[in-house]
Design a protein around this ligand. Structure first.
Ligand code: PBG
Ligand code: ZN
Length: 325
């Protein structure tokens, strides 16, 4: 039997009824806020490519973390912009680097907050690539040791979760092994397992000063045309010991997110990246879209597709909205 017996509209009559039958509910518990940590003190400088997001010195990052915790945001992920870049990105594993000091300060300012760190070299290398260069190419295996060293340095500072975003083969294994050897068996790995070579990272690269100085990242990040390959990447990272996996970018890859979640049924995150944020902000600024509704609709779509949590530049703001109800 179908119409006129079946009338799906019966369950759409009024917000209370819709609330009762809703399949997916977005809460503050689903959100992780990215923060950009820069050298200095008392620095809180708006990022031109990400209006509403800030470059924060360690002290300001700690204050921001406390504010986010107060809003009910459960976690944040730190990106560092170092004072000094070199060929190998050696500032990345400096125990007194921006990220490492920020982790310690945030631990104090907001105990209980889940502190994640992005593990990559592109913000730290003079050439802007995610690994060391030999013969004009990013050399996979020598990069692994540097990533592992960076992850251990973050763990030593007190990070709960390290999140490798470099897309080198074997990096989850290398990081897990080194963490365990150094006594950080409880530090979890969130792998950017399925990360596409995407034009959506533009505003981030401007914010992090990490645009590659030659070539592009297509030799290590995934081809946007590939979904079956996403399953292979996720499978490998889980086998290597990833505790959680991520699909990135978000909105243009909801099919991949749903496929990965359905296939492995493991904790799977989505990253609403800088270009997605920039597009919403730009359209809102023009008055072409209802900003708040669009943000909530988009984040809900990530959850509906299967995300267990979402890395989003809107985490703090949305948690605030959800709090006011
Ligand atoms: C570092 C890294 C990038 C992002 C997260 N980690 C940039 C890149 O790979 O070029 C992108 C985040 C965003 O665009 O919001 N490898
Ligand atoms: Zn990188």
């Amino acid at each position: 039997m179908s119409y006129p017996t079946d009338r799906p509209r019966r369950l759409r009559r009024g917000e209370t009824l819709r609330r009762l039958v809703r399949e997916t509910v977005l809460t503050a518990d689903d959100l992780v806020q990215p923060l950009f940590v820069v050298p200095g003190r008392g620095v809180r400088r708006e990022i031109s490519s990400l209006p509403g997001q800030y470059h924060l010195s360690v002290d300001e990052a700690a204050a921001e973390a406390a504010r986010l915790a107060g809003l009910g945001v459960p976690g944040l992920i730190l990106f560092g912009i170092p004072a000094r870049k070199d060929e190998t990105g050696s500032s990345a594993w400096d125990d007194d680097g921006e990220v490492q000091r920020a982790v310690r300060a945030i631990r104090e300012a907001a105990p209980g907050l889940v502190v994640m760190t992005d593990v990559c070299l592109c913000e730290y290398t003079s050439h802007g690539h995610c690994g060391v260069i030999s013969g004009g190419e990013v050399d996979n295996d020598p990069t692994l040791e540097l990533l592992a060293r960076t992850a251990v340095s973050h763990a030593r500072a007190g990070a709960d979760v390290v999140a490798p975003s470099d897309m080198m083969d074997g990096r989850v294994h290398a990081i897990r092994q080194e963490l365990d050897r150094e006594g950080f068996g409880q530090t979890a790995i969130l792998s950017y397992a399925v990360k596409y070579a995407s034009a959506y990272y533009g505003p981030f690269r401007e914010a992090a000063g990490s645009a590659p100085q030659f070539g592009d990242r297509r030799g290590y990040q995934m081809d946007p045309a590939n979904a079956r390959e996403a399953l292979r990447e996720a499978e490998l990272d889980l086998a290597e010991g990833a505790d959680m996996i991520m699909v990135k970018p978000g909105l243009a890859y909801l099919d991949v997110l749903a496929l990965v979640k359905r296939t492995f049924n493991r904790v799977t995150a989505a990253y609403q990246v800088s270009g997605e944020y920039a597009m919403i902000e730009a359209a809102a600024q023009q008055g072409w879209i209802d900003r708040r509704r669009l943000i909530l609709e988009t984040l809900t779509s990530f959850k509906r597709a299967g995300a267990d949590f979402i890395l989003t530049y809107y985490a703090g703001e949305v948690a605030g909205w959800l709090k006011e109800g």
